[in-house]
Design a protein around this ligand. Sequence first.
Ligand code: PHE
Length: 339
Amino acid sequence: MPLADFLADLEALSAEARKAFESAADAPAVEAARVEFLGAKSGRLKAAQKGLGKVEKPEKPAAGKRFNEVKREIEAAFEAAADRVSRSVGGGPASSTFDRTIPGIRPRIGHLHPLTQTMQDLKEILGRLGFTVADGPEIEDERHNFEALNIPADHPARDPLENFYLATVGKRVGGPLLLRSQTSTVQIRVMEQTPPPVRIISLGRVYRPDTADATHYPMFHQIEGLLVDRHVTMADLKSVLRLFASSYFGGDVHIRFRPSFFPFTEPSVEVDMSWNDGWIEMGGAGMVDPHVLEAVGYDPEEVTGFAFGLGVERVCARRHEVTDIREFYKNDVRFLEQF
Ligand code: PHE
């Protein structure tokens, strides 16, 4: 086959192919043109390639060179057409301005609040020591918040100015209600329902009309622990608190007891833990007062117990070096994102 004929056929094929791709109006038309010209088995370019074999040997390099060029031209025409029809999907000028290369809008994924994370950690650590989680209501009566806890009517802790009493219309049977001021209420609720032994923790919100500052807030969280069984001693209390502090803060944390007073424990202590060569206060604790055991129908001659109450904000703030607990309630994402 003379070279001139081969080249003339190629030129005609190229022109026809480019026209076909340019005039293809939609994706099926582009695909039909692709099969006709670039189809691997019986495409027309494939047929032209066979003609290459019939060109005289000395003219083969020139024929092959032009064949490759035409092949690239047709491929480019196909790509341009494919791109054009895919961009105009849906038609209309607006959709043709859609830029598929702009990164998408990343959904903002949140996480648990640092105080919730802390409470989960505490549950997990004390769970390993055999404490199960108990819950109690945030609206309480005076029996559970005070009386059964050995806090008599004339005790200053019951002063209406120290508590959030709820306004009740007329006289309510069972006395007035208040937002619980401590999670020790759950000690009573659990012991009323279960015979000894008990080994529970309870985590939740408590309310006191304090002015908000770096270490106070009218609502905060406590973790309460209660263990009642035969032969429970203060050594058990100290071991549990020490194990708890080491697990949560890491390292060999020491625990110190300072004498204190709570109506529902005897003896009562303030619990401090060692921190950077100093001591920081974690909360209150003590041996459950016999009056409390009697109030729930336990026999103080049979069983003894310990209880502790720690501030969740305090341990969380200490661990993360937060210096103002009000940050926890501002809902400022820039603060919360850090946990
Ligand atoms: N309920 C006490 C408080 O809120 C803490 C405490 C709990 C003390 C259990 C002793 C035993 O201050």
